[in-house]
Design a protein around this ligand. Structure first.
Ligand SMILES: [Fe+2]
Length: 219
């Protein structure tokens, strides 16, 4: 669900699932608390590996990818005001509804991370997780890239105030942009598991891939 008046986007689930339907209805009740600012931007990438990964890599003459298309891939998007997000009733309710019981803060920059350039390359390796990847951007910016159903890379630009959730099993990667700085909240259901499974190490029969494909088939 996306409404222009509140910049809220709810997806990644098959609404035939009763539990998820409950989550949806709860969140719909809360959308009035959100403030419209701008739409998150996403585009198809040019996949030119000779150009620095931190560049936009926007395929020329392509329009922005719609939020509806992201929804079909199972990507969730919210917007919260950074100065008040942790006492925003909508944020609190969203965490509760989705079972996000863990949170910490990660900061990435050349000053904060040893072997920064090397780490960036690791973040940029295509992988999946067995759980959702959830980030709320407190400061800075970056790009999450996700594979669409045609195996094209979609680049999602995240900035201060953006919250994004990638479903378990979606092929993805992350990079900072040319500002080389991001500070973000990481959320998780229960004890965090950050294990990444590289695409070159798994196949389409991986349980998280099967579950993901089942999920998007009903979006
Ligand atoms: Fe990841």
């Amino acid at each position: 669900m996306f409404t222009r008046s509140n910049q809220v986007y709810i997806a990644n689930v098959c609404f035939r699932n009763t539990h998820v339907t409950t989550i949806k209805s709860k969140l719909v009740d809360k959308v009035k608390h959100f403030t419209f600012t701008k739409m998150v931007r996403a585009w198809i990438m040019d996949e030119d590996s000779m150009v620095d990964q931190r560049k936009p890599h926007r395929l020329s003459d392509e329009h922005d990818i719609s939020l509806d298309y992201l929804r079909q891939l199972g990507v969730l998007y919210w917007k919260f005001k950074p100065s008040t997000f942790d006492r925003d009733p909508a944020f609190i309710e969203m965490k509760k509804s989705r079972g996000y019981t863990y949170q910490d803060i990660i900061e990435v920059s050349p000053e904060k991370l040893d072997n920064y350039e090397e780490k960036l390359k690791i973040f940029y390796e295509e992988h999946i997780h067995t759980d959702e990847e959830i980030r709320y951007v407190l400061e800075g910016s970056g790009y999450f890239d996700v594979r669409d159903t045609d195996d094209k890379w979609i680049r999602i630009e995240v900035k201060k105030g953006d919250m994004i959730t990638l479903p378990a099993g979606i092929y993805h990667r992350f990079t900072l942009d040319e500002n080389n700085y991001i500070r973000a909240l990481r959320l998780f259901v229960g004890e965090p598991v950050w294990t990444a499974y590289g695409r070159d190490k798994i196949d389409e029969n991986h349980p998280s891939r099967l579950k993901y494909k089942q999920m998007i088939s009903c979006n």
